[in-house]
Design a protein around this ligand. Structure first.
Ligand SMILES: [Zn+2]
Length: 529
């Protein structure tokens, strides 16, 4: 973790906290109806062009004595604490837990008992290096965890550089106001609860300083400020590379990684790789996940690299359950073997969701890169469990090595063929195993393959409307019917969809051509009158 957070010059910066802080606090205190609360927490986050955020937290109370607590940074930065008015009679720093009882990895609980000399005031300062993640023009601010004694109330002020563009809808929780003050954008949020994370998606007009960092087959494209993260990433990839080549029996030729700052919509996306039907694209990694326990970001990064290995080994992303299942299974296994515990939360999530599926995993058979189901985590969880079960029941990593040696030189784009190769690698027929997962091991695989191919073909004919749209709808309906077991209807609709997609261009030309001819004839007709 230390490597991902840059701890330089923190102490120096912390001394230079503006006097205006005090004014904000008192104004806010007056504005809020504080009678029902013991005191007020004011969080001020001042974000600069590199996302470096100066955090100032003040606590104001007008009762003669009291007790409170708040989260303070545990290990990612140092903080200073000053009593401005009144006195602290007892203080304690202890481990902090969420409402659900989970331990905070990056925060401690600072509990204190105070005496107010008419007023008690406490101030806490620290600097957070990546308070905002910035890949110009896109920026994403994600506050430190806010959490304090429920007997108190809180207000947050975020200051962004003056040229930042923020839309009200891109601030979470919803802002009380967005104003311009002292050359900065000021976002005010009156907190409704004692626990919050402020997320702000915004843009900057400053040009970025994009650099390419390359070593061997790896190339990372990143703003210069994240160069150390890029170097660490390549080191991580190199650590596992040889191991992966042994599992997949292939070498990769070149891998490009692009860092991105998330938007509100892809807050939950750790990384992704575009696929256009014939090529697997670059690896995109969400910088927000560098703010996690070691193993979390590495697991995401490895997951994406494993897609490239799986693809190079001959597995089409159309057998998405194997792609995702392997990417999850191997990335988790490899990072956990290093003792990096960050992947643990992913394991917990996947296993909990899988439990709710009560052994019905067959729906992943029709999962393809062109569809994003709303309950996508169920797809990841089921794929992970299938791969884990099959691999571990058949000899572990050596089973995978045998499988990819068998596959070498061919491309597998349907589940039936894959089960055939898996059976060879296992030395026994795995068909029944897959049927027990809920898979359909019959000729439906064929029509599924053709439907997915038709969908990729349609991506290149998007202009051929309305036929491309109709065909796509029919093909999606057919896949949905396959997953719900309505095979005969799925096949009929699938064939009609494939037929229309093949003729989409001709039909479009005929339709619009016809309309044009009719219109021309009409205009000519009008001319004659
Ligand atoms: Zn994936």
């Amino acid at each position: 973790m230390e490597k991902l957070w840059r701890n330089i010059t923190i102490l120096l910066i912390m001394i230079v906290i503006s006097i205006s802080t005090t004014t904000h606090t008192i104004q806010a205190y007056n504005k809020l109806n504080t009678s029902q609360y013991n005191g007020l927490y004011t969080y001020i986050c001042d974000v600069d062009y590199d996302g470096v955020t100066k955090v100032t937290i003040t606590y104001d109370s007008y009762i003669t004595s009291g007790r409170s607590w708040l989260l303070v940074p545990r290990n990612f930065t140092k903080y200073t604490l000053t009593v401005i008015s009144g006195s602290i009679v007892h203080e304690e720093v202890k481990r902090a837990y969420t409402k659900e009882g989970e331990e905070f990895a990056f925060y401690d609980n600072f509990t204190f008992t105070y005496l107010g000399d008419s007023n008690f005031k406490l101030k806490l300062n620290y600097t957070m290096d990546n308070g905002a993640l910035i890949v110009e023009p896109r920026c994403f601010f994600y506050s430190p965890q806010i959490y304090f004694n429920p007997a108190d109330t809180g207000i947050v002020y975020i200051y962004l550089p003056g040229d930042s563009k923020v839309l009200e809808g891109n601030v979470q929780p919803p802002p009380t106001s967005i104003t311009f003050e002292d050359g900065k954008q000021k976002i005010t949020i009156k907190l409704q609860t004692n626990s919050a994370r402020i997320a702000i998606e915004y843009t900057t007009s400053r040009p970025g300083n994009l650099k390419t960092y390359s070593k061997g087959i790896f190339e990372v494209i990143t703003p210069h400020r994240y160069m150390d993260i890029a170097e660490n990433l390549i080191r991580t990839y190199e650590t596992f590379y040889t191991n992966l080549t042994k599992i997949f029996s292939v070498n990769l030729t070149s891998i490009r990684i692009i860092f991105f700052a998330p938007r509100m919509a892809d807050l939950g996306t750790g990384g992704y790789i575009p696929f256009n039907g014939t090529h697997l694209g670059n690896i995109y990694l969400n910088l927000l996940y560098t703010r996690t326990v070691q193993g979390f970001w590495e697991q995401i990064a490895l997951h994406e690299l494993i897609h490239h290995f799986t693809w190079a080994a001959g597995i089409s992303p159309n057998v998405l359950w194997l792609h995702e299942g392997l990417a999850e299974y191997l990335s988790i296994k490899l990072t956990m073997n290093m003792g990096w515990t960050g992947a643990l939360s992913r394991v917990k999530t996947l296993e909990n969701i899988a439990k709710q599926l009560s052994d019905n995993y067959g729906f992943v058979q029709w999962w393809n890169p062109l569809q994003t189901p709303s309950n996508i985590l169920s797809y990841y969880a089921a794929s992970y469990i299938i791969v884990k079960t099959v691999v571990e029941e058949n000899g572990g990593i050596s089973f995978l090595q045998k499988l990819f040696r068998e596959i070498k030189g061919t491309t597998i784009s349907d589940t039936n063929t894959l089960i055939h190769y898996m059976s060879i690698a296992a030395g026994r027929d795995l068909t029944l195993k897959f049927i027990s997962f809920g898979f359909k091991v019959t000729e439906e695989s064929e029509i599924y393959k053709m439907i997915v191919e038709a969908k990729y073909a349609l991506m290149k004919k998007r202009w051929a409307q309305p036929f491309a749209l109709i065909a796509n709808w029919l093909l999606d309906t057919s896949i949905n019917m396959l997953s719900s077991g309505n095979i005969i209807l799925a096949k009929i609709i699938g064939w009609i969809g494939i037929f229309i997609s093949m003729l989409a261009v001709t039909l479009t030309v005929a339709l619009w051509g016809g309309i044009l001819v009719l219109l021309t004839m009409k205009v000519r007709g009008e001319d004659e009158l």
